[in-house]
Design a protein around this ligand. Sequence first.
Ligand SMILES: Nc1nc2c(ncn2[C@@H]2O[C@H](COP(=O)(O)OP(=O)(O)OP(=O)(O)O)[C@@H](O)[C@H]2O)c(=O)[nH]1
Ligand SMILES: [Mg+2]
Length: 440
Amino acid sequence: MFETIVALATAPIKSALSIVRLSGDDVFEVVSKCFTKDLRSIKERTILYGSIVNDQEKVDDVVLLAYKGPKSFTGEDSVEIICHGSPLVCKQIIETCIKNGARMATNGEFSSRAYMHNKIDLVQAEAINDVVNSTTKEAKRLNLLSLDGKTSDLIRPLKTRIADILSLIEVNIDYPEYEDIEIANKDKIVEVVDELIPQIDTLLDDGEKAKIINEGVKVALVGKPNVGKSSLLNAILGEDRAIVTDIAGTTRDVVEGHANVDGVVLHLFDTAGIRDSEDKIESIGIERSKKTIKEADIVVVVLDSSSQIDDEDKQILEYTKEYNPIVVYNKDDDSKNNNGLSVSALNNQIKPLIDAIKERIGLDEKSFSKPALNNARQLGLLSKAKESLLAAKNDALNDLTVDLISTSLFDAYTSILEILGEANQLDLSKEIFSRFCVGK
Ligand SMILES: Nc1nc2c(ncn2[C@@H]2O[C@H](COP(=O)(O)OP(=O)(O)OP(=O)(O)O)[C@@H](O)[C@H]2O)c(=O)[nH]1
Ligand SMILES: [Mg+2]
């Protein structure tokens, strides 16, 4: 029994229209009690005009969309009430529905119902949220591909291939009398793993890129005081975000800004200039700079091209060496410096730095239109599947028994199912019987 849930589907602000959404087994029953028309005999998707009524008092005139399950987003009978866009009207409609038997939905519960009724898999469910939270049109495009099931389609062949070999092993063990079945020997296992690993590597690589398109990259601007870090931040953002002065030690705390560079969001962190300081506040700022360096995806060390590199610069270069930083010479106002990457925040000549960051991110045109796994959960599980497959191969090469090897293959299979949110439906015997006529 799926209780009827209700929630506001649009933003809780004044607008022309708002939508209150309901879903559940007795939704038509619930809504019929507070709507001027009876929905109980509805057989197919219907649009109705009428009023929501509470204790004989009209709450609002509405247009009501009634969806007969399974032809609805959740797969259940559902209703969307299009009402006037007033937070008060919405609140009263929701209260009226609750009074008549609905309950308030929890976060994501409509999507979770869709998932439970197999309307979408877990990758698609995550994509709903990602589409809503996309901040660039490029990220939205990728997330829509996931929502359409294109990303899940990339995973399913892996699932099938691992299930094939697992089934073969099981059948070999359980039904040795079947002579017409292919033998699941160690060579066969190595062959399947060798076939799958490059595919997984491609998916992981594409996935990291899609994750960047979805989430952006963290870029830390670091250097000694007065080299122009804050000026660079402002130039990249095209606004006066951070305070700039000629006093060394101006920036005390980390200043954050976000810029969309050709479809990738740069989360920029301007930091306090790093130097030995007696000043208590400045010292805390410098500690924060160091923390920001650790957390960044890309570290940019800023040097001042108008003066010689000194010991402070050298110390920072040494400190950041392990982060493979982009080193940029600022204050090259006359473009005279041929010392590597040169820019002038003052003159807004920052293209070389932007290009270097783009190169480091390493996205090509294809990355923006290719369906791909795109979050840490999905990619973590795929890496886990890869490890399990490599363990199976290793065991096979070390001549362990086939049933032991199948344990690792089974782990890989489970990880793939978890990506799709199907691990609870795990039933290998079904896979076996769907492939072989062993039940005949
Ligand atoms: N000529 C020239 N001056 C610049 C350039 N960029 C910054 N400056 C100047 O350098 C001084 C320091 O700039 P900031 O951006 O505050 O330097 P910072 O690295 O953030 O300094 P701290 O916050 O103290 O660590 C200011 O007077 C800026 O106007 C540039 O490209 N050319
Ligand atoms: Mg600064």
